[in-house]
Write a protein that binds this ligand. Structure first.
Ligand code: NAD
Length: 359
């Protein structure tokens, strides 16, 4: 059976990475019907929006999408396509595994953490009030009236909503993921000592949900302490669940622990659809240079194969990627020490080496 998958190449290094990934996915023997659709700043002229309706329709109908990174130009007056896709399709769970592969130049060789980031709420909800606007002045007055707190009139304001509903479903997702994948522990991140009604709510709901999963250990960490513990002893963590902004920061930290953004895959999962994309962005300075590491995009493809239930193909592809990393001969520049980078191979040659490995 061929799977119908929406393929969004993205921009910057996206088209090169998704092409390399399409090739290795097809080499696993699984068959796909790719519905290739474009989004981002380059389609605005043609469609009047960076996220045309037919892109959303394609994902809603296929239920699974593989996506390259998309640039969010600064000062363009529209929201990030990446954030909009997550919100409009209610892809509430962002899954970001950080795993050490032998042969990667890093300080740690025993990291195997999965970060589950809430994807729809928190300071990322996009509810913002610009300094100097009439609405902002009204909000400032209302806050002064309702809470007695003074806010300087020249302030900008971002709102941080965290709900019981949103927290319940993300924490349940983390525990279900732990159970299905043989994981032993879930750690919740927060700053509940300071933000009692948002992070405090997140923590108390997480504790309640944890009671339904007595087979999985539960603990919590304050986010600043977590930052220190993750760089000191990352192997102690298994599954991490957190609100949106902490998840964003901790997943880049996790990527750094395992060798950088070139090895950090991601999945955005909701009840109706799932979208697989690397943690990194479009790295415009490497656009069209056949230079960027396609492995984060490919490992996102591995997550997609597992989501489709193609566990054998997923293991074959992940093992081939691991073998190419550990051999160290056909890897991109970012996986080599500074003094050996002149022997790096390009994006498409990395794909060739992985396909060769899969036989
Ligand atoms: P970035 O992740 O694109 O790049 C940061 C640096 O990391 C690059 O300059 C490069 O040195 C390195 N890097 C990233 N990916 C790599 C790869 N595959 N191989 C080797 N090196 C790699 O971050 P940025 O420069 O902050 O963002 C660029 C654009 O991407 C921005 O417009 C941003 O909004 C967007 N972005 C998109 C997504 C997404 O599509 N989900 C995610 C993050 C950022």
């Amino acid at each position: 059976m061929a799977y119908n998958i929406t393929l969004i190449p993205g921009d910057g290094i996206g088209p090169e990475l998704t092409e390399a990934t399409r090739r290795v996915l097809e080499a696993t023997g699984v068959t796909f019907n790719w519905d290739v659709v474009d989004a981002g700043v380059d389609v605005i002229e043609k469609h009047g929006t960076p996220l045309p309706e037919h892109v959303l329709e394609s994902i809603r109908s296929n239920k699974v999408a593989l996506k390259g990174p998309i640039t969010t130009p600064v000062g363009y007056g529209f929201r990030s396509v990446n954030v909009s896709l997550r919100k409009m399709l209610d892809l509430y769970a962002c899954l970001r595994p950080c795993k050490s592969y032998a042969g990667t130049p890093t300080y740690f060789n025993d990291v195997d953490v999965v970060i589950v980031r809430e994807n729809t709420e928190d300071l990322y909800a996009g509810i913002e009030f610009e300094k100097g606007n009439r609405e902002t002045a009204e909000i400032i007055q209302a806050i002064q009236r309702l809470s007695g707190s003074e806010i300087r009139p020249d302030s900008g304001i971002s709102i941080k909503p965290i709900s019981v509903t949103g927290t319940q479903r993300i924490v349940r997702f983390a525990f279900e993921y732990a159970r299905t994948n043989g994981r032993k522990k879930v750690t919740a991140l927060h700053k509940a000592n300071i933000m009692k009604f948002t992070d405090g709510l997140f923590l108390s709901v997480a504790r309640e949900v944890a009671e339904s999963y007595p087979d999985i250990e539960f603990e919590d960490r304050i986010i600043d302490n977590m930052a220190m513990q993750m760089v000191k002893n990352p192997a102690q963590f298994d599954v991490i669940v957190c609100p949106n902004l902490y998840g964003d920061i901790v997943s880049d930290l996790g990527a750094g622990l395992v060798g950088g953004l070139g090895l950090a895959p991601g999945a955005n999962i909701g009840d109706e659809a799932a979208l697989f994309e690397p943690t990194h962005g479009s790295a415009p300075k490497y656009k069209g240079m056949n230079k960027a590491n396609p492995m984060a995009q490919m490992l996102s493809g591995v997550l997609m194969l597992r989501h489709l239930g193609e566990f054998g193909a997923a293991d074959r592809l992940e093992n081939a990627i691991a073998a190419v990393i550990s051999e160290g001969k056909k890897v991109s520049y970012d996986l080599l020490p500074m003094d050996q980078r002149d022997r790096a191979v390009g994006t498409s040659q990395v794909a060739d080496a992985i396909i060769e490995r899969m036989g």
